[in-house]
Design a protein around this ligand. Sequence first.
Ligand SMILES: [Zn+2]
Length: 218
Amino acid sequence: MEQFVKRLDRAYDAINEADYILVGAGAGFSAASGIEYSGKRFEDNFMDFIDKYGLTDMYSSGFYPFETSQEKWAYWARHVYMNRYSVGKTRLYEQLLELVKDKDYFVLTTNVDHQFWINRFDDKRIFATQGDYGLFQCSRPCHKKLYPNLDFVFKAIEKTEDCRIPSDMIPKCPVCGKEMALNLRVTIHSLKMKNGWKCIITIRGIWNILMKTKTSHF
Ligand SMILES: [Zn+2]
């Protein structure tokens, strides 16, 4: 424990002294913020899907081969609502921003729950490499535009019956008419690489500093 506290102190000092900070955040960071994909949070909100399909958690459910689009979108509307629209600010993300806000920081994250934006990190300093639950794209894709899906998600939740949405609610591409997809890396043709260039600049800055100065290890 004493060793752990020492390492924390050294990390805190290193952050305070740093010229550049590259934040890498994955699923564990959101889980630690309370956005848990399994256990009570999952069971309290997906019991109908658990009973019908034997789902065990929100991560593996994302790969469940639903037989119809009505079922698939009923599940995903609730999943996106739970993890993107119902959460709001979280204490851990706020604390992280407190630590880095006055630094030349950049965030590289695989999280698709929009928490860095919701907690007011600078849009120009975030590269979410695996997309965003809150956006639709064409599933082909026939064009590059991304579409906010908030209206769909809230209406779909309201209209879900027996783990299905009505067939006329299935989201379709306004250009080619093919079904929409969430803007996620799991979608083979995920479109957006926003802020990737700024990430490269920040990594280059950190590399330059590392080459010139003694680095901290903790
Ligand atoms: Zn299309």
